[in-house]
Unconditional design. Structure first.
Length: 114
């Protein structure tokens, strides 16, 4: 499974960004697709995910500010982030689970700054 993340960039506080994660290499819907982020201190934290049954979960610190959705291409998932704060600055990584294995995409940098 290969994952291609896109959509990062520089945004002002209060702004929005939409990240995308396109998965390839699987003929079936992946068990889970989601996002982690890693801040400059190196700690990686979970952001949210969507299961193959379209059950969506979000980290508490992101609830109300983030929406995960899936496009018609079933293994393409989006992370819509609103009301971004400087503390949301991080490298965002998408991941996918399939058959007990976890795959990672390359990170995409989100910088929230005025």
């Amino acid at each position: 499974v290969q994952l291609q993340a896109s959509g990062g960039g520089l945004v002002q506080p209060g702004g929005s960004l939409r990240l995308s994660c396109a998965a390839s290499g699987s003929s079936t819907r992946l068990d889970m697709i989601g996002w982690h982020r890693e801040k400059s201190g190196g700690q990686r934290e979970w952001v949210g995910d969507i299961s193959k049954y379209d059950i969506i979960n979000y980290a508490d610190y992101m609830k109300g500010r983030v929406i995960i959705s899936r496009t018609n291409a079933e293994n393409t998932v989006h992370l819509q982030m609103n009301d971004l704060r400087p503390e949301d600055t991080a490298v965002y990584y998408c991941f996918a689970d399939l058959g007990g294995s976890r795959f990672w995409g390359q990170g995409t940098l989100v910088t929230v700054s005025s």
